[in-house]
Design a protein around this ligand. Structure first.
Ligand code: NI
Length: 208
């Protein structure tokens, strides 16, 4: 199992990524920025949820939570939660802190499990379809969480190659929640950090 994840949307390329996922009955997780949610992108989020995808929070304004004061911190979490609730009828379960920046204070106060990744495609940096495809596929292992961004056309084009390739290799494309529950046999716990060490080194349960 592999979990593809997309940060910083929803945006103009999210729907095209959903088209690819839908063609392969694949799931993914979208860590959305609250300020990007409007009527149009809210409909895209509803489509994602209808396909079995998961919506997580990436804060209201892509804030660095370690640098935020207490009021800003609360607003960043709550406003994103409310916008997501309005769009899809439920609160997000996971938070992915912007810039991957967090500390023990953030973890304790956020009230959500923190979801990181084990494969960083650096798609935002290369803005190159071939680079993103090879970054995602070259080091992939069972249980990996792949970090991408659904606000770049190059990434949407890369996803159109990554998804069929992973499916052909026999990977099941699941959400982060599904990965934790089905691949690792764990219940998702609030205030827990799911990171590289978890996804790469957690020993999966023996088959029943
Ligand atoms: Ni981000």
């Amino acid at each position: 199992m592999v979990a593809l994840t997309f940060d910083d949307g929803p945006g103009q390329y999210t729907n095209s990524i959903l088209d690819t996922l839908s063609a392969y009955n694949a799931h993914a997780t979208f860590f959305v920025v609250g300020q990007n949610i409007d009527e149009e992108t809210g409909a895209v989020m509803q489509r994602a949820v209808g396909m079995g995808c998961e919506i997580g929070s990436h804060t209201q304004n892509h804030a660095d939570l370690v640098k935020a004061d207490a009021d800003t911190f609360r607003q960043q979490i709550q406003q994103a939660d409310e916008n997501i609730l309005k769009a899809i009828g439920r609160y997000p379960y996971f938070l992915r802190p912007p810039y991957g920046d967090f500390n023990d204070d953030v973890r304790r106060h956020v009230g959500k499990p923190l979801a990181f990744w084990s494969v960083d495609t650096k798609d935002w940096k290369t803005r190159n379809t071939a680079c993103t495809v090879s970054a995602a596929l070259n080091n992939i292992e069972d249980g990996d969480v792949v970090l991408m961004h659904d606000i770049y056309g190059e990434t949407a084009d890369a996803v159109a190659q990554i998804v069929p390739s992973l499916v052909q290799q026999g990977y099941q494309l699941v959400t982060v929640s599904e990965l934790i529950q089905l691949r690792f046999g764990d219940q998702v716990e609030p205030n827990r950090t799911y990171n590289y060490d978890y996804f790469r080194f957690q020993v999966p349960p023996l088959p029943a």
